[in-house]
Ligand binder design. Structure first.
Ligand SMILES: [Zn+2]
Ligand SMILES: [Zn+2]
Length: 353
């Protein structure tokens, strides 16, 4: 076992260094994994750019990266008692709740009451060393096994897919419901796959350009927000009723406002968007039309389900993984991802290639 490994280490905002760091040692209820694929997340450039000072990361240096898949190579204390073995193929997620606070005990561990506390809470690639490295030390709470024949690049997308699934599940979607997926970035496209899987009726999707075309390929009804009035299109298509569920993943204040124009009476707006500005809630509509408005943080207990779903919809998901680079070539990888160049969606970095 080597003692040093290659990693991307963030020394200060915008100072990402490809360098040698010690291979970490797994502790109690942890394993060491060889990272085969890490997918660039939209949050990564913000973490690297220092957009969350003192929060993500809390301090420097940090190894970012939290959408990953790989193989278990070392077992920490007790990991074997939970059935983990060397050679297990796994997908990982960012969050790890403390496991003992009231929210964690209720299964809502992404809103752990001990969030950010050293030793008892982790968030890989945000405040805890992450997956832009040849190896990651990770809690067995933050990984799940993947099928033997599932590609690692696909498996590296289980973190975002399980986030989309949490948003879709929390919308209370029922078979046959008309849905609007607002936004056609990676999260929107993954939300479409989840909605299909859970039996949605018609799935409308907003966006423009290549990503909207991609959404249509997945079977959604495209609405180009640059050319069409979203509310008009949806109200016409639904006989003035609106859609029962909105999956809001535009990331913008405008997108959230639009959701209120198309939501049916008794419907639910479920969102993962974090717009920079505050958005007023139309409280009269919320009360008088009994609208549910759900915020969703990350992926509590949806990783295993997302893996099943991904396995059933491999063809759909494979279309979203557009690029692969070695980790040494990370500058190019981030350039392609950040600039949305070359029709990129999910861009994979290979730490061990
Ligand atoms: Zn992510
Ligand atoms: Zn907790």
């Amino acid at each position: 076992m080597e003692t040093m490994m290659k990693a991307l280490r963030l020394n200060a905002p915008n100072d990402l260094e490809y360098c040698d760091v010690p291979v970490p040692e797994p502790g109690l209820n942890e394993v060491l994994c060889k990272v085969e694929s890490t997918s660039i997340c939209g949050t990564d450039p913000h973490i690297i750019g220092g957009d969350f000072p003192g929060f993500w990361p809390k301090d420097f240096p940090l190894i970012p990266g939290h959408e990953w898949a790989g193989e278990v190579t070392e077992l920490g204390q007790n990991a074997d008692l939970y059935g983990w073995k060397k050679g297990d193929r796994v997908a990982g997620i960012a969050n790890m709740g403390c496991g003992f606070c009231k929210n964690c005990m209720e299964g809502r561990w992404t809103i752990c009451l001990n969030y950010g506390k050293d030793k008892i809470h982790n968030m890989y690639g945000h405040i805890t060393p992450g997956a832009y490295a040849q190896y990651i030390r990770v809690s067995i709470k933050s990984i799940a096994k993947i099928p033997d024949d599932m590609d690692y690049n696909l498996a590296a997308c289980m973190d975002p897919l399980s986030i989309a699934l949490h948003m879709v599940e929390r919308s209370g979607i029922q078979a046959g419901d008309d849905v609007l997926v607002n936004g056609s970035g990676a999260q929107g496209l993954m939300a479409i796959i989840c909605c299909k899987s859970l039996g949605a009726g018609r799935i409308f999707v907003t966006g423009s350009g290549r990503r909207l075309e991609q959404a249509a390929k997945l079977g959604a009804i495209p609405i180009n927000y640059r050319e069409e009035n979203i509310a008009e299109v949806i109200m016409n298509a639904t006989g003035g009723l609106g859609v029962k569920r909105v999956m809001e993943c535009s990331g913008t204040a405008n997108g959230i406002r639009q959701s209120w124009d198309v939501i049916a009476r008794g419907g639910c707006i479920s969102t993962i968007s974090l717009p920079k500005e505050e958005v007023p809630v139309p409280i009269r509509k919320l009360v008088l039309d009994e609208i549910d408005f759900h915020g969703n943080r990350a992926n509590p207990n949806t990783l295993e389900k997302a893996i099943v779903l991904a396995n059933q919809h491999r063809g759909d998901l494979e279309q979203l993984v557009t690029h692969e680079f070695t980790m040494a070539d990370y500058k190019k990888a981030f350039e392609i991802f950040n600039g949305r160049l070359d029709n990129s969606l999910k861009v994979i970095v290979k730490p061990n290639k």
